[in-house]
Design a protein around this ligand. Sequence first.
Ligand code: C5P
Length: 256
Amino acid sequence: MNRRRRVYEGKAKILYEGPEPGTLVQHFKDDATAFNNKKHDKIEGKGVLNNRISEYLFQKLGEIGVPTHFIKRLNMREQLIREVEIIPLEVVIRNVAAGSLSTRLGVDEGTMLPRSIVEFYYKSDELNDPLVTEEHITAFGWATPPELETVMSLALRINDFLSGLFLGVGIRLVDFKCEFGRLWEGEQMRIVLADEISPDCCRLWDIETQDKLDKDRFRRDMGGLVEAYQEVARRLGLHVDNPTRTRSGPVLVQSK
Ligand code: C5P
């Protein structure tokens, strides 16, 4: 039984109305999807691990001054977040060639890029999230030029910080996807990091073995996804006991 109002349901997450105006509860499901939902499965424990890892990364980013939607984790599958107006872009930052960049441009997977590359994809399931340029974004009004400049500089800052953080635990941050939103505070608007950052939306390779510790294990039918995410959590010093155990039901969210 879940009495809370569902605001939005995506492939891997559900957003519920939060306890106070301007807040939402972000619930991490166990669903794994790839290739725009053509491949779909349930992987028990994935939601719990992503909730914990994303909480940790958003907290750390907050500590260095990156504004985010994150308020606090509520339980094993849910976190309290600020409601933002999502900018309809998937912002991908790449350090090493892999995935669609390798396929599109014929660059061998694993090739170090001469510098970090930022790409934008328009969020649209019907169109398969097409790659777009700054010209499309500003011409169609998905973001203004100053907003896009903020998004770019935040994305690069997040990349620098997370690359170092993962390097410290023997993991190469190959690439990742992030999303941004507009947070309204009265008349003032700030661009903040939204959604999640977890092994679902990053490529994470073990520096020593080159093992993949991310969702490519699911996309490429390699198996061992939960074990890989658990390894990421373990290296980050997060204790996620038995992530497959819990299924959280309705949650009492206490206001401050
Ligand atoms: O598939 P591609 O190489 O473009 O993915 C780049 C990065 O963005 C990968 O880390 C992938 O996990 C992430 N991504 C994502 N959601 C998408 C597309 C890509 O999280 N819809």
